[in-house]
Design a protein around this ligand. Structure first.
Ligand code: ASP
Ligand code: MG
Length: 450
């Protein structure tokens, strides 16, 4: 039995939060957790600012930010550990000595290489993990000896086989002996041992990679929301957390900008058969979401989301039918103008597509106008109902359309080819009412069971 527990920046922002993290880890000790931490609060942002100030030649400002980061961590140490021990003091001296040398070097060269930037940013996670491991009295494992990557600084790619070997050699014995261990998210090292990072927000990815390497049954992502919600709660106050979603559903929702883990992030855990749970650090007994590799759930619809603005193009050509190369010609125009097409729906003599963002379509419309009639409708949004079992749920589409009828006019319908997404295009000003009506129709009150 093993477990990865990852805590994000807001979960480790101050001494009180770190103490709470300590309690959660202690309670999980029977499952031998490997604890993966982000940097505290806004520390990574402060380090980015320091690096950029140094590059711009503002050395004093850069060193001032470094000193500020040090004071913040010393303050946490006083509150969490009752003071800064001589060992911790010399650990801080070493870390900030390196950081300040790096910042000075960047300032002298007036150049911030991705490699220097990674070294600077790694300070945040190295500090937060040091504080928690001191607090818990469990080993601190340097992620640079576990998470092996290539040398693409700022967006390094993992070497999963090398990670598996190091995790078995270094992490497993530590977990067996001490019952828990702490390591850094976000950072790794390349074949030369040089510090790399997985990209901003990369700690989730670290947790997933380490979970896969450990063969963990669960990767817990502790954050400040109770998992995935049925809809954006700022628009729909009645939104509630979804108990279980599949990896495919999570990916679909992420594409709609829902506050979900990025699909690439959880892929290693999913492929290794581990479940990923998303939990609220300050409400550990509250609701949470489990993301599972396979198809899950009994709910017909899992969540709803909206994306936009998009522009809807209705292209009509009476000769589309006989014209073998029509679609090719059409998409050739989009391709040449770098226009990204979202949804597509076709009929006998017309095709409708959505185009993301506020792009200039004049040239595109003119060119298509040469062989078809184009109608352009701006300020539209895509509203999607996502669920693994949509297709198998009789009456679902009827419920979607009945819910929307009083508040929005549906201008296009598309059922994603993966069959877990039913999308409609409506006017942007109808979006919020549409989401509320749809949420009420699908998730509130008594729902007919199918
Ligand atoms: N500390 C890093 C960041 O802020 C990584 C993370 O928090 O996931 O981007
Ligand atoms: Mg994050």
């Amino acid at each position: 039995m093993s477990l990865v527990m990852k805590f994000g920046g807001s979960s480790v922002a101050d001494a009180a939060r770190l103490a709470q993290v300590g309690e959660l880890v202690t309670a999980a000790m029977p499952r031998r957790p490997l604890v993966v931490l982000s940097a505290t609060g806004k520390t990574t942002n402060a380090l980015v600012a320091a690096a950029e100030a140094a590059e711009a030649g503002r050395t004093e400002e850069a060193l001032g930010l470094s000193a500020q980061v040090r004071r913040a961590h010393e303050a946490i140490a006083h509150e969490l550990l009752g003071g800064v021990s001589p060992e911790l003091e010399s650990a801080f001296d070493a870390l900030f000595g390196d950081l300040d040398s790096l910042l000075r070097a960047v300032a002298i060269l007036a150049e911030l290489s991705p490699r220097s930037r990674d070294a600077i940013l790694s300070t945040g996670e190295r500090l937060s993990t040091r504080l928690l491991s001191d607090h818990l009295g469990v080993p601190l494992l340097d992620a640079r000896q576990l998470v092996h990557t290539d040398s693409r600084h700022g967006a390094a790619r993992p070497d999963t086989e090398a990670i598996a070997r190091s995790v078995q050699r270094r992490a497993v014995p530590a977990l067996e002996e001490a019952g828990a261990a702490v390591t850094q998210g976000f950072i790794g090292s390349d074949a030369h041992g040089t510090t790399t990072t997985l990209g901003r927000g990369g700690s989730d990815y670290s947790a997933s990679l380490l979970g896969a390497a450990l063969g963990a049954e669960e990767v817990q992502i502790w954050t400040d929301v109770e998992g995935l919600l049925t809809c954006d709660p700022r628009v729909v106050p009645a939104a509630h957390s979804v108990p279980e979603v599949s990896a495919a559903e999570a990916a679909e929702l992420a594409a709609f900008g829902a506050n979900v883990l990025h699909p690439a992030t959880i892929a290693p855990a999913m492929e290794a058969g581990a479940m990923v749970t998303v939990r609220h650090t300050q409400r550990p007994e509250g609701d949470f979401t489990t993301i599972r590799p396979g198809e899950v759930g009994t709910q017909s619809a899992t969540a709803i989301a909206a994306r936009g603005p998009v522009t809807l193009l209705n292209i009509t050509s009476p000769r589309m039918l006989e014209h073998a190369g029509f679609m090719q010609r059409l998409f050739d125009v989009f391709g040449r103008h770098g226009v990204v097409v979202g949804l597509i729906s076709t009929a006998e003599v017309s095709v409708s597509v959505t185009v993301e963002g506020e792009v200039d379509l004049d040239a595109v419309v003119r060119e298509i106008g040469g062989f078809a009639t184009v109608e352009v409708a701006r300020d539209r949004v895509i509203v999607a109902v996502v669920g693994d079992r949509l297709r198998a749920t009789r009456g679902l589409a009827a419920r979607v359309f009945a819910s929307l009828a009083p508040v929005a006019n549906i201008e296009m319908i598309s059922q994603g080819s993966n069959e877990i997404n039913l999308s409609v295009v409506i006017r942007a000003d109808e979006r919020d009412d549409a989401l509320r009506a749809l949420h009420a129709g699908l998730f509130e009150g008594d729902q007919p069971t199918v």
